[in-house]
Design a protein around this ligand. Structure first.
Ligand code: ASP
Ligand code: MG
Length: 467
């Protein structure tokens, strides 16, 4: 098989795990052709983002301190994980070279006194530059040939939308498949840095937080992989957050479209565009736990087997959001009202998570993250209050509860079962949405009602009996 195996940060942040992964890749590569994709080690991307904050505050020494902290963490792991001394020495030298480049970059950014989207992407791509060297060296150390490649080096070419870039698939396909096939013919395992590529001018671009999943599926599609495995620290997709529901079950199989819905909400966060590259090629994906490889995890396919097709799959929750109810008589029957509201929010860079408008058109309700709430409210106040908007009503600390699964489609009585269960628990619902795909029924409750609401739905749909 041709396989892409992607490791999340927590899977590659301890010596014993790095060594275990190297051994596993070594043995799998006897039977399969493998491309490894890595995230940055735990906390590294956050530290790099903090460096950018320090630069903005003109605190150069703090930025440099953080850079040393990141480098030392990787050097420490290198010393503990790599046994052959020549390999270890070479790796430490490479890590030092990256460190020098990182310091030079910090210097440049401080000198200019600004953090642009472009310099930011270059900066935060360093996490994966370091992690791939470590993992590739560990695979070498286990006796299997391997080389580290950044997204740019493997051939991922993107548009120039820094921070949120997209691969230009035709060019990328040609380059990636050539790089990978050359290495396969030399029996070498490529270890590719996730999260980043480069635009046509060679400037490093990133895909947005969590983007290594997207790298894995992009590469998988380019090399016509038979399967893609996303390895992290959870067993797979679950029927609910196991911290809330004790008898939550692992989902053995879900469809792409269900997985897309779950990706946004679930305990295993998956980059929202991850599934895009798989759709046309219909490549199956497995979500697995690198700490529990005996477990097969969750299979995500285009056509799940009949027995799992028509079921409700899970109830998920996202807490700590704010609800904004936007009202105004002049909104009624005025084309363009919604456009103005969403344009105002978009200009301030606010992501809207949920939207509903009642048919009387006198109010539009939206949900945003708590952390975006201030910015959203002040943007709406400044631009639209007193014009098309009369009043804003705000509720903080609300949770979105979502029931997900293709089994809801065309099934009569789902909503009554949902709200019947909620009512029994005396929970107040302040907003409801269901798209016409009927894959996802979502509603909003107070944060403090989250657990009760999730448990009530998990019970009502007997999700503990799913497999
Ligand atoms: N290292 C990046 C992040 O933390 C990308 C990834 O982990 O997928 O967001
Ligand atoms: Mg990650």
């Amino acid at each position: 098989m041709r396989l892409v195996i992607k490791y999340g940060g927590t899977s590659i942040s301890a010596t014993k795990d790095i060594q275990a992964i190297a051994k596993q890749i070594n043995s799998l590569s006897k039977k399969h052709q493998i491309v490894v994709v890595c995230s940055a080690t735990s906390g590294t991307t956050d530290d790099l983002i903090e460096i950018s904050e320090s630069i903005k505050k003109e605190n150069k020494s703090k930025a440099e301190q953080l850079a040393s902290k990141i480098t030392n963490r990787h050097k420490q792991l290198a010393k503990q994980s790599i046994k052959k001394s020549d390999l270890q020495k070479k790796l430490l030298r490479k890590l030092d070279e990256d460190f020098s480049e990182l310091l030079a970059l910090i210097d440049g950014m401080v000198l200019l006194g600004e953090v642009t989207a472009r310099s930011m992407d270059y900066l935060i791509s360093f996490g994966e530059r370091l992690s791939i060297k470590l993992i590739s060296a560990a695979i070498n150390d286990s006796g299997k040939k391997s080389i580290p490649l950044t997204g740019k080096e493997v051939g991922i070419i993107t548009d120039s939308n820094f921070g949120e870039s997209k691969p230009l698939m035709d060019t990328t396909r040609l380059r990636v498949s050539k790089t990978v096939d050359d290495l396969f013919s030399k029996k070498t395992v490529p270890v590719v840095g996730g999260f980043a590529g480069a635009d046509q001018h060679g400037h490093v671009t990133t895909f947005g937080r969590g983007g290594s999943d997207y790298s894995a599926t992009t590469i998988g599609s380019c090399m016509k992989a038979d399967e893609i495995w996303l390895m992290s620290d959870v067993d797979g997709l679950m029927t609910a957050d196991p911290k809330i529901v004790k008898n939550a079950k692992l989902l053995k199989e879900v469809s792409y479209i269900e997985a897309v819905e779950m990706a946004m909400f679930g305990a295993k966060q998956i980059h929202p565009r991850t599934f895009e590259p798989l759709l046309s090629k219909k490549i199956p994906m497995k979500i697995r736990n690198s700490f529990n490889v005996k477990n097969e995890g969750t299979l995500v396919t285009v056509s799940p087997s009949a027995s799992v097709k028509n079921t409700v799959k899970c109830v998920s929750n996202v807490q700590n959001n704010g609800l904004i109810d936007i009202r105004g008589g002049s909104m009624v029957g005025t084309p363009g009202t919604a456009a103005k509201i969403f344009e105002t929010l978009a200009k301030s860079g606010i992501n809207v998570m949920m939207i509903s408008q009642n048919p009387s058109e006198s109010s539009i309700t939206i949900v945003v993250k708590n952390t975006d709430l201030d910015k959203a409210v002040s943007a709406l106040e400044m631009e639209l209050l007193g014009k098309i908007i009369k009043k804003l009503e705000i509720t903080t600390n609300v949770a979105i509860i979502a029931l997900i699964g293709s089994g809801m489609r065309g099934t009569v009585g789902v909503a009554s079962r949902v709200f019947g269960a909620i009512e029994k628990n005396k929970i107040n619902v302040s907003m409801i949405t269901q798209g016409s795909s009927e894959l996802n029924l979502a509603f909003v409750v107070k944060n403090s009602d989250t657990s009760a609401a999730v448990r009530a739905l998990h019970d009502a749909f007997e999700l503990d009996k799913i497999n």
